[in-house]
Design a protein around this ligand. Structure first.
Ligand SMILES: NC(=O)c1ccc[n+]([C@@H]2O[C@H](COP(=O)([O-])OP(=O)(O)OC[C@H]3O[C@@H](n4cnc5c(N)ncnc54)[C@H](OP(=O)(O)O)[C@@H]3O)[C@@H](O)[C@H]2O)c1
Length: 169
């Protein structure tokens, strides 16, 4: 199984404000959908509540210490390792990539474990209350980059940057 993390973060690492995304970037959402469709997505309970419904065409795994019943059409996990086990069991041959999709608490838990990072760097310094944890980029190799200019639908320019963890021999 390949474990991946997908995130959109501003230049000052903001990822959320008032339990919402601080921007609306339709082409970033399209890329998120294309990458995660048919795969398992693991998210913290607050991110699930922020989205408000299970993401279609994906195995939705919600991580919570306190929830006792899984939200409709979701799998409940009580830790990240529980979530990974459930993803492994339930996705079998269907996919070999599992995505951690947020928020900051889940990203913090997942960062030491992930193989790939799909970062959308939003080129703005913005106000927020949830931040992407700091990352040592020397441990990561950039494998792809695509720039997106601002336009009528996108208030900010942004870059899609894919990273792979450098192998340590
Ligand atoms: N820009 C992006 O790419 C992006 C992506 C996703 C989310 N976001 C934003 O991020 C914000 C939400 O992030 P957040 O950090 O506040 O919350 P979160 O990570 O989505 O969820 C936190 C919750 O996860 C559960 N949890 C955390 N650690 C756990 C552990 N070790 N074991 C079991 N359960 C655990 C707890 O749920 P219980 O309290 O139920 O126990 C905790 O309250 C929102 O603003 C959202 O819009 C941004």
């Amino acid at each position: 199984m390949i474990l991946s993390l997908i995130v959109a973060a501003s230049e000052n690492n903001v990822i959320g404000k008032d339990n919402k995304l601080p921007w609306h970037l339709p082409d970033d959402l399209k890329r998120f959908k294309a990458l995660t469709r048919g795969k398992a997505v693991i998210m913290g309970r607050k991110t699930f509540e922020s989205i408000g419904h299970p993401l279609p065409d994906r195995l939705n795994i919600v991580v919570s210490r306190h929830l006792e019943v899984a939200p409709d059409h979701c799998v409940l996990a009580h830790s990240l390792s529980d979530a990974l086990e459930q993803a492994n069991e339930r996705t079998s041959e269907r996919t070999n990539e599992v995505f951690v999709i947020g928020g900051a608490e889940l990203f913090g838990l997942a960062l030491p474990l992930i193989d790939r990072l799909y970062l959308t760097r939003v080129h703005v310094k913005i106000d927020g209350d949830v931040f992407f944890p700091s990352l040592d980029f020397s441990e990561w190799r950039e494998i792809a980059r695509e720039e997106h200019l601002s336009d009528d639908e996108h208030a900010y320019t942004f870059s899609f940057i894919d990273y792979e963890r450098k192998k340590s021999f």
